[in-house]
Design a protein around this ligand. Structure first.
Ligand code: FAD
Length: 386
């Protein structure tokens, strides 16, 4: 049995802290940030101050320690309150700081981790390009060696935290026959480097509070020691980040699903039709029961991944299973919750419309549902169907 069903006292404390933080600092503003298409950036410093941007990172580098289950608990509580805020953490900590902690040199760790974990700096993850989404390994942004530097040219799109970020974990093609390697390499590019321009992407269906951007790199010059991890191994850097990142997306989906359950049960108890609360109608109970089953299964699969990581065991396929199930479950839960609300679910005075819009992207990013099915299928059969 891979999952421990109980929380340690420390994990229970972190969950309570996260719930309190989410209820005070996030949930009351979520609808307003959604309408304004901008989370208040001050929340990032608050997330840093309470230690949520340093989870799993060594205290030596400004981190707050804790295990991956604690990270999931915090991610779930933030996702319950607002997926835009949850995503800021999943990217800046989950994809960027954790990659620096795993692959970085001592200098890179000292330069970036204290700033990222405190919320003084924000990170973004630049993998997707206009022409390469699911087929990320075929990216075309190129970094050419020039003396002690690399000069990077290309473009990225859909980059979460893009216009806010102080550092871009950027993936570019490197190498030639003379260099002795060919492949993709990862770079830590300060966002104010000349030649890097950013354009906000507006009009998203959900996650509207997040600063999503397009990045254009026109002769961006970075020192050679900005490379993160070995030359030509950047795709391994990206995939190792995303394997754990998918756990955090899954945990965020559990948060959405839990918010759907809370809202739907609450509304069903108050709304009366045919002379009784709608909670008393069997078909409404079916909707509630379906949501509850999705919440429980998504949570257990997500905790299983955290448990495997914390025990140093392989987790990549389990991470795909959890992300695939939790993201599809979050969409189903939001849709079922909206059904419980009837017409009121369709207007933004009530929370379930936003939950549905925010849930929808979860089946698209960090691997679409189709891509996760192919990853699971490859693991089952040994045959790649990509
Ligand atoms: P495509 O790859 O073009 O896919 C289109 C459709 O084809 C999908 O249904 C897909 O499943 C299907 N498909 C593709 N290939 C196959 C196949 N082999 N077999 C079966 N079906 C297939 N990227 C980053 O790098 N950093 C970020 O921070 C980031 N944040 C994002 C935030 C948002 C709000 C969004 C919408 C996206 C973000 N992304 C980010 C990009 C995201 O990861 C990509 O959108 C995703 O990988 C899918 O790529 P695509 O949109 O180009 O779709």
């Amino acid at each position: 049995m891979a999952v421990s069903f109980g929380l340690s006292a420390e994990q229970a404390d972190i969950k309570a802290l996260a719930r309190d933080f989410a209820d005070r600092e996030v949930a009351p503003h979520a609808a307003e940030w959604d309408r304004a298409e901008a989370v208040d950036r001050a929340v990032v410093k608050k997330l840093g101050a309470v230690g949520f941007l340093g989870l799993t990172i060594d205290e030596e580098y400004g981190g707050s320690g804790g295990d991956h289950l604690a990270y999931c608990l915090v991610t779930e509580e933030l996702g319950r309150a607002d997926s835009s805020v949850r995503g800021i953490v999943s990217v800046s900590l989950g994809l960027v700081a954790k990659s620096v902690a795993h692959w970085g040199t001592e200098e890179q760790k000292r330069a970036w981790l204290p700033r990222l974990t405190s919320g003084e700096a924000i990170g973004c993850f630049g993998l997707t390009e206009p022409g390469t989404g699911s087929d990320a390994a075929n990216l075309t942004t190129r970094a050419v060696r020039d003396g002690d530097a690399y000069v990077i040219t290309g473009g990225k799109t859909f980059i979460t935290n893009g216009t806010w970020a102080d550092v871009v974990l950027l993936f570019a093609r490197t190498g030639s026959a003379q260099d002795g390697h060919r492949g993709v390499s990862a770079f830590l590019v300060p966002a104010d480097t000349p030649g890097l321009t950013r354009r906000a992407i507006h009009g998203k269906l959900g996650l509207r509070g997040q600063a999503t951007a397009e990045l254009v790199l026109d002769g961006v010059r970075v020192p050679a020691d900005a490379m993160l991890g070995p030359a030509g191994k950047g795709f391994s850097v990206a995939m190792s980040a995303l394997a754990k990142g998918r756990m955090s997306v899954a945990a965020g989906c559990v948060g959405i699903a839990q918010a759907c359950l809370d809202a739907a049960v609450g509304y069903a108890g108050q709304r009366e039709q045919f002379g009784v609360p709608i909670a008393g109608h069997q078909l409404v109970q079916e909707l509630l029961a379906d949501i509850a089953v999705d919440v429980a299964t998504a949570r257990l699969l997500t905790w299983q991944v955290a448990d495997l990581i914390d025990r140093g065991l392989p987790f990549a396929t389990e991470s795909s299973v959890a992300k695939l199930h939790a993201s599809e479950a979050a969409v189903r839960c939001a849709n079922n919750a909206l059904q419980v609300f009837g017409g009121y679910g369709y207007i933004d005075e009530y929370p379930v419309g936003k939950l549905l819009r925010d849930a929808r992207v979860m089946t698209l990013y960090e691997g679409t549902s189709q891509i996760h099915k192919l990853l699971i299928g490859r693991s089952l059969t040994g045959v790649s169907a990509f």
